[in-house]
Design a binder for this molecule. Structure first.
Ligand code: ADP
Length: 160
């Protein structure tokens, strides 16, 4: 039974995240999408809102579970008996950050392996921070995020 965890802020989830989730769910027996609860990043959406959006988007997949994690990801993995972390990589910029992060995970738990998944080339420009910026000015984010996320963004910025 190969279990992988895909941790992130998902603030909010984008088509880029969703693509990684669906591809990883097809590769592993079980995929845990792990929403960072206590993150140093200031999030627009609460952890519950982010998890609910992810459940609506990926919940149909029987082998995908969405959880909020308020502890260290490696502790969460240990609890779930999982050793694999999936991370998406858009390009060289992402890679240097992700490589460092994987070394940090390894230092915390030598049994943990990080699996990098190449982003779909059509998703290289999808970044939650850009999408929030665009939505805050009333710009169109259809094509970048699923409709339910676009609606949630419009609601947050008082345009719903
Ligand atoms: P974090 O705060 O952990 O970086 P994010 O929600 O920004 O959380 O990203 C979670 C994971 O999803 C990271 O591995 C990131 O590289 C990946 N990711 C983000 N955007 C995309 C995208 N457009 N295509 C593929 N992977 C992505």
């Amino acid at each position: 039974m190969l279990t992988a965890a895909f941790p992130g802020s998902f603030d909010p989830p984008t088509f880029g995240h969703l693509d990684i989730i669906l591809r990883a769910a097809a590769m592993f027996d079980r995929l845990l999408v792990v929403v960072a609860g206590n993150t140093s990043k200031k999030c627009l959406f609460s952890a519950e809102e982010r998890a609910d959006m992810l459940r609506s988007l990926a919940g149909e997949r029987k082998n995908v579970r969405v959880e909020i994690c308020d502890s260290l990801v490696v502790d969460f993995l240990r609890k779930e008996n999982a050793k694999l972390i999936v991370r998406g990589v858009r390009g060289a910029g992402d890679f240097s950050y992700e490589a460092e992060l994987s070394a940090v995970y390894k230092a915390m738990d030598s049994g943990v392996e990080t699996v990098f998944m190449a982003a779909d080339p059509g998703h290289f420009h999808l970044r939650s921070s850009f999408i929030k910026e665009i939505a805050s000015f009333g710009g169109k984010v259809d094509g970048m995020v699923p409709p339910l996320v676009a609606e949630a963004l419009a609601g947050k910025f008082g345009r719903g």
